[in-house]
Design a protein around this ligand. Structure first.
Ligand SMILES: Nc1ncnc2c1ncn2[C@@H]1O[C@H](COP(=O)(O)OP(=O)(O)OP(=O)(O)O)[C@@H](O)[C@H]1O
Length: 389
């Protein structure tokens, strides 16, 4: 049984459709990163899941229970926000204790004057103290327990917010860009910490981010959302190596994927320089418009020879272990980016004429509507046969 299933969630604000039928599932213990550009509807989906917003239609099932009509407080979901939302007047220990106090003590038991007189109260409070200390120890924030948020760094506040969300062992953990307030170095460190915590706690997690590197490096599966639609939900490697939509290919990968406009030839053949691939569906008419996608690491740059597309080097970025070469294709003027090793890039300079090529097995073909078209490299000796049917 899935820990969490969303089916066909739709949501409009004032006639604007923000979520266009999103379906998503998380398995027990799974870490899902929900990634997409700003404004694509990630936070709205998360808020609907948490019960802070109502969907126009669609189903939400958590641990086998349909919760669309269930109040946020009764969904057993914990959420960490961008802003951490810690109470500034409470210490870290008190902040972490809040969800336990709300769940385990009655309204009357929470009143300090009455509290010591109530039966069972002493045990409940002792249990809360114990659980807070255990959670603080596992997050290595014991030394912060007496401090208020104003006396902590951003990273420390983030850990306290995580502790508060995790302390009551929710059915699902939701995080909305929890690292966005941290500086770059701390962010990378905190990624590892969250993954480690998640592994230990084993609570299924939906983690929203607009940072594709964060999503790829942290998640078991990545859900790529663009313009209110979920375009692909798959493990990071599959999202990168086998994108099913041009928007997924564009969103993931740094530097960005190269895209070149092209046309289908007879019998579903597509050419890029001397390389050819063939579409699985050969019924696409000749002259149909397609876009070819090639990751920068698969673009070969040669300084001599006749093979490959003629281009000129525009600029070069030296990144230590690799070199990014920005080239302009002669004639059409489009930019192609190549990622090469320092040895391959040695001697390249701005303005130098080069030839660019990519092996057909590394060419993605996208149709006019952006969906990926199945294709395969065409061997040299098969070309003649294919062309002549
Ligand atoms: N309560 C609301 N009323 C009207 N429009 C809203 C409301 N909440 C969100 N929107 C709109 O819905 C769209 C999606 O917003 P949402 O916050 O879900 O995007 P997001 O992908 O999380 O973006 P970001 O990464 O910038 O946080 C935006 O255009 C936003 O302006």
């Amino acid at each position: 049984m899935s820990a969490l299933t969303l089916t066909n969630i739709q949501k409009s604000f004032g006639g604007n459709q923000i979520l266009k039928g999103v379906s998503l599932d998380a398995q027990p213990g799974e870490f899902i990163a929900l990634v997409g550009p700003s404004g694509c509807g990630k936070s709205t989906l998360l808020r609907i899941l948490a019960g802070l917003e109502t969907a126009d239609s669609g189903d939400i099932v958590i641990e086998g229970r349909e919760v669309s009509q269930v109040q946020a407080a009764d969904r057993n979901i914990a959420m960490v926000f961008q802003s951490y939302a810690l109470y500034p007047h409470l210490t870290a220990a008190q902040n972490i204790a809040v969800p336990l106090v709300m769940r385990r003590l009655t309204r009357t038991q929470r009143i300090p004057f009455v509290v010591p007189l109530m039966p069972g109260h002493r045990k409940a409070v002792a249990d809360i103290h114990r659980d807070v200390r255990e959670m603080a120890a596992s997050l290595k924030i014991d030394q912060l327990l007496d401090r208020k948020p104003g006396q902590m760094s951003g990273g420390q506040r983030q850990r306290v917010a995580l502790a508060r969300a995790m302390v009551r062992r929710p059915a699902v953990f939701l995080m909305d860009e929890p690292l966005s307030n941290l500086d770059a170095n701390l962010r990378v460190h905190a990624r590892g910490e969250i993954v480690e915590l998640h592994r230990r706690a084993g609570v299924p997690t939906v983690y929203v981010t607009h940072d594709q590197a964060e999503a790829l490096s942290m998640a078991d599966r990545v859900a790529v959302m663009i313009g209110g639609s979920l375009l692909q939900l798959a493990p990071p490697q599959v999202i990168y190596d086998d994108p099913q939509h041009i928007e997924v290919a564009k969103f993931v990968g740094q530097p960005r994927i190269n895209l070149i406009a092209s046309q289908v030839e007879e019998n579903g053949i597509i050419a890029l320089g001397a390389e050819r691939c063939v579409l699985a569906d050969r019924s696409l008419p000749a002259d149909s418009q397609v876009t070819l996608g090639i990751r920068p690491e698969f673009v070969q740059v040669s300084r001599s020879g006749e093979a490959g597309l003629p281009a000129h080097v525009d600029r070069i970025e030296f990144l230590g272990s690799e070199i990014i070469v920005y080239c302009r294709l002669d004639g059409i003027g489009e930019t192609m980016i190549a990622k090469v090793t320092p040895a391959e890039g040695a001697g390249l300079a701005s303005g130098a004429p080069v030839r660019l090529s990519a092996s057909a097995e590394h060419i993605f073909v996208f149709g006019a509507d952006g969906t990926r078209l199945a294709s395969a490299p065409l061997a040299e000796n098969a070309i003649r046969e294919a062309v002549h049917g």
